[in-house]
Design a protein around this ligand. Structure first.
Ligand code: AMP
Ligand code: TRP
Length: 372
């Protein structure tokens, strides 16, 4: 009973965070710190993705972390994709990551489908993962709810994610809170594998990206998070929105009936969301901003936020468009990354195959046969 209550509590992402950091630390110490994260090449990157994920990766890169980043195209085909749009999106995502500051000479950046170990390891892990464990995952329940026919890929998605992480023996995974249960599955599979076949994988744990930026809110409904899948494009600012579009979206953003500008995410989520965005793009602290704009009303403040966002994303947009004009370079970056990622993940795969008994060691097989 107590255990049931405890495990229910753990499913709250906030509790999970505490759980990971306290529980997993001793288990990861024998493996060197390595960071792995992935992003799907679907839809246009919005400020939520940028502030909540990409900018955090750039920060980790600046801290000289051993980091591997993947554009997880195999994850994106778990839902139907138009092939032409998908291949464009892969290049656009590559250009976006580079334009935002990801440096392929400092971190490994690659396209998931170029590295075969991911799907191979996914199969091996799938053979120790039970179906009820996957059926309980909230992301699966959410995505499959509107589908008539559910693909096997969508169901197995989290096992592929575990394979992504474990193929590199990553110890830390920066993700949004919505991914907590997928990382918990990765931990469970790593523990199960280690128990059955001997210590092979570290138990990776989440680094939840972000403080004030971990959940940018929708501009149309500040109770929801800013999301690629929101049917209303005015709910999000995309990194490649032209200036007049950004201005329009911020001007129309839903705030409240108080005209002062104060930071109170609980009671005033709309205006607080704008202050978070403003703080990120200017590098100023929230209290500095509140002090500077104390004589502004929200209408005037919105213009200032729009200005700051436009000046911040302008140079990024220019870099994205320059990079997109040089497709060969982008493909080269992805191939170079895949080569490095391939070397590391192939080594893990060989170790896994060996432990599973899929590899021949001449002497032992010979002796076993003779003993029979
Ligand atoms: P998605 O758009 O769901 O594919 O998410 C890609 C990455 O961006 C994940 O690491 C998310 O946690 C992060 N992310 C998505 N939406 C937001 C948001 N509104 N605020 C902060 N981070 C976000
Ligand atoms: N499932 C993640 C998302 O939708 C993307 C992802 C795939 C990922 N593999 C990963 C994230 C491995 C971190 C680590 O955002």
């Amino acid at each position: 009973m107590i255990l049931a209550r405890y495990s229910r509590k753990l499913f709250n992402p906030v509790n999970l965070n505490k759980f990971y950091s306290s529980y997993s630390v001793p288990e990861t110490t024998s493996f060197p710190r390595r960071i792995f994260s992935g992003i799907q090449p679907t839809g246009q990157i919005h400020l939520g993705n940028y502030l909540g994920a990409i900018a955090q990766w750039v920060k980790l890169q600046q801290d000289n972390e051993d980091m591997i980043l993947s554009i997880v195209d195999l994850h994106s085909i778990t839902l139907p994709q138009d092939p032409k749009i998908l291949s464009n999106n892969i290049l656009e995502m590559t250009a976006t990551l580079l334009a935002c500051g990801i440096d392929p000479s400092k971190v490994i950046l690659f396209q998931q489908s170029m590295v075969p170990a991911h799907t191979h390891l996914c199969w091996c892990l799938g053979c120790i993962c039970t179906m009820p464990r996957l059926a309980h995952l909230p992301a699966y329940k959410e995505k499959s709810a509107n589908l008539k026919d559910i693909s096997l890929g969508l169901f197995v998605y989290p096992v592929l994610q575990a394979a992504d992480i474990l193929a590199y023996k990553a110890t830390h995974v920066p993700v949004g809170e919505d991914q907590a249960q997928h990382i918990q599955l990765t931990q469970d599979l790593a523990r199960m594998f280690n128990k059955r076949y001997g210590e092979t994988f570290p138990i990776p744990h989440c680094i939840f990206t972000g403080g004030d930026y971990s959940r940018l809110r929708s501009l149309r409904d500040p109770n929801k998070k800013m999301s690629k899948s929101d049917p209303d494009p005015k709910s999000r600012i995309c990194l490649i929105d032209p200036p007049d579009e950004i201005l329009k979206k911020i001007k129309k953003s839903v705030t409240d009936f108080t005209s002062e500008v104060t930071y109170d995410p609980e009671n005033r989520p709309g205006v607080s969301n704008l202050i978070s965005i403003h703080s990120f793009v200017t590098g100023k602290t929230i209290s500095q901003i509140c002090d500077e704009v104390k004589n502004f009303n929200t209408g005037q403040y919105k213009l200032q936020v729009a200005d700051a966002v436009i000046s911040h994303v302008g140079p990024i947009q220019k870099k994205i468009s320059d990079l997109l004009n040089n497709q060969d370079f982008l493909v080269q970056v992805l191939k170079g990354g895949a080569e490095k990622a391939g070397e590391i993940s192939e080594k893990t795969l060989q170790e896994v195959k060996d432990k599973l008994g899929l590899q021949f060691k001449r002497e032992t097989v010979h002796k076993q046969i003779l003993n029979l």
